[in-house]
Each structure stands twice: as structure tokens, then as C-alpha cells.
Design a protein around this ligand. Structure first.
Ligand SMILES: [Zn+2]
Ligand SMILES: [Zn+2]
Ligand SMILES: [Zn+2]
Ligand SMILES: [Zn+2]
Length: 307
């Protein structure tokens, strides 16, 4: 801490002390998080580590000696700290004790060396002796020096008391600001926490919905494949049989046999059957019963956020 001649209120000291070195700031620099630290302290941290976590608000700042240099100075704090530093090295003021101060006044008059200064001229604001009363202070309002000193002491004491009251008011206001800053910081952390929580809930919900929808599409697709297979497989047999029978009958015809043999009868039967089937169907060939893959759009729901 600064010199022993200083008796700053604790709240004021708190505002002027760097949290890193716990001394009165030297060249205070303002970080992007708006908290202030000594340039030297920040440069030291920059040498150790590229990123710096603010001890007040935990905000992370990338630090290099250059960025520290470019950070703005906290000019108000700088001016105040300079005054304190200067005051700290100033020789201590030797304050007169009450008796010594009074002795200074109750001496003999400079003009009338044999007369003691016992009076005080209100108009000239100066001590006087009884001889002065008829000369330079003729017609001036006078009072005893004792009364004048007492009045002055009372007036000064009243001012000091008033000053101390003001200091107390300021200090409690400053302490309040500090508390407000702390609670704002807590509120910010809470807000961030609930945003992250809501985000994670939404992500989980979306992921669940995605999985369910993908599963559903897959199931329907399998059903469609199954339907296609059930339509195609018997048709393959029919086509095969028709082809084989056609070939065989054609071969027989080339051998010019007169009557229908079994194969020919079978061909007539199969062709008749297929022809009838095709004629019955609304389309030339039966279509498998397919399931449409209706998919609802995957949109996040906001109601959890809004509450
Ligand atoms: Zn410091
Ligand atoms: Zn900070
Ligand atoms: Zn005199
Ligand atoms: Zn006078």
C-alpha cells in the first residue's frame, strides 16, 4: 500500500488496487471486459500465457505485450493513482499541535512590540493588539483573538464533519456499485447457464425427433421394398414359365404335329390367365401397394425458450 501519510477509505482503496499485484495501480489498463489492471502485471501475464482469465469476471482475453500496450488507459484512475503515488513520496506535513498553533497567534504585535496580540479584526481577518485598534483597524469590527480562534475551530470542525459525512455517503454508494456489479455478473452467468441448458434440451429434442423420423422413414421404406418384392417375385416365375412354354411350343410347331399337346394346352392356359389378369388391372401391370414417406418438417419448438 501507499505511504503511511494516507488514510483512504477502504472502499476507495478497493477501487484503486490492482487485483493482480494488490498494490495501487501503476499505469492502469482497461481490458475488453472493462476491468482494470496494471500494465506491468498484464505484460507479465502475457509473457507467461497467451490467454488471461480476468480474476473479477472470468472473461478470457488474448494477451501479448503488444495488445497490452494497445489497451486504453483508465485515465481517471491513472490520474488519481499518480496523485497518490506522488503524495506517498512527499515529505510528511508537520502539523502544529494546538498549543503551538495558538502560541503563533498569541505573540506580540509586529507594529507595537510591547503589546500582545489579543484581538482579531473581522474585517481584515487579522490579529491585532489594543494599540492597532485605534490605528489601522480604527472603526473595524473586532473580537477577542480567543473567540476568533474558537469560532474558526468550530467552523472547520463542522466542515470536516460535513466532509466526513459526504465521504461516508460516497463510500456506501461506491460499495453499492460494487455489489451491483457483482450481482450483474451473477445474473449474466445465470442467463448464460439457462441459454446453454435450453440449447442442450433443444438439441436433445431435435436429435430424438431426427432419430424417430429416420426410423419411421426406414420402416416405411422396408415395407415398400417388401411390397415390390412380393409383386416382382411371382411375376418372375410367370414370365419364366411363359418364355419357356413359348419356346417349347414354337419348337413343336416347327415339327408340324397336328394335335395340341400338353405343352400347347398349358401355354393357352397361361396366356389366357395372364391376359385376363392384365385386362382386369387398372394399369397394364399390377402396381405394388406403396406407403408414402410423408415427413413433417423438422422445426425446433420455441415454447421452452419463451417461458
Ligand atoms: Zn498490478
Ligand atoms: Zn473482467
Ligand atoms: Zn498593534
Ligand atoms: Zn481591521
Amino acid at each position: 500500500m501507499a505511504g503511511k501519510s494516507l488514510s483512504l477509505p477502504t472502499v476507495l482503496q478497493q477501487e484503486l488496487i490492482c487485483e493482480l499485484c494488490e498494490e495501487i495501480y501503476s499505469t492502469p489498463k482497461v481490458l475488453p471486459c472493462l476491468h482494470t489492471f496494471c500494465q506491468d502485471c498484464l505484460e507479465e501475464r502475457a509473457k507467461e500465457n497467451e490467454s488471461f482469465d480476468c480474476p473479477v469476471c472470468e472473461a478470457r482475453t488474448e494477451l501479448t505485450p503488444e495488445t497490452v500496450n494497445q489497451m486504453p488507459e483508465n485515465t481517471a484512475i491513472l490520474a488519481l493513482c499518480d496523485r497518490i503515488h506522488n503524495q506517498a513520496v512527499m515529505p510528511e506535513l508537520v502539523l502544529d499541535s494546538e498549543e503551538e498553533e495558538e502560541a503563533k497567534y498569541f505573540t506580540n504585535c509586529d507594529t507595537h512590540e510591547n503589546e500582545k496580540l489579543q484581538l482579531y479584526c473581522v474585517q481584515c481577518k487579522a490579529p491585532a493588539c489594543t494599540e492597532c485598534l485605534d490605528e489601522i483597524h480604527a472603526g473595524h469590527r473586532m473580537m477577542t483573538l480567543r473567540k476568533a480562534l474558537d469560532d474558526r475551530k468550530a467552523a472547520i470542525t463542522a466542515f470536516v464533519t460535513r466532509g466526513k459525512d459526504l465521504i461516508e455517503n460516497y463510500c456506501s454508494f461506491l460499495a453499492g456499485l460494487r455489489e451491483t456489479e457483482k450481482s450483474l455478473h451473477e445474473q449474466k452467468q445465470q442467463a448464460e447457464g439457462s441459454i446453454i441448458q435450453a440449447y442442450e434440451q433443444m438439441i436433445k429434442k431435435l436429435t430424438d425427433t431426427k432419430e424417430t423420423m429416420l426410423r419411421d422413414v426406414n420402416t416405411k421404406h422396408q415395407q415398400n421394398l417388401q411390397a415390390i418384392r412380393q409383386t416382382r417375385d411371382p411375376m418372375l416365375t410367370e414370365v419364366y414359365e411363359l418364355a419357356v412354354t413359348c419356346d417349347a411350343v414354337k419348337e413343336n410347331l416347327e415339327q408340324t404335329r397336328a394335335e395340341f399337346n400338353d405343352r400347347e394346352k398349358h401355354l393357352i392356359h397361361v396366356v389366357g390367365m395372364v391376359t385376363e389378369k392384365v385386362a382386369r388391372a387398372p394399369t397394364p401391370l399390377p402396381t405394388p401397394p406403396l406407403t408414402p414417406l410423408h415427413v413433417a418438417p423438422l422445426t425446433p419448438q420455441r415454447q421452452e425458450w419463451d417461458t
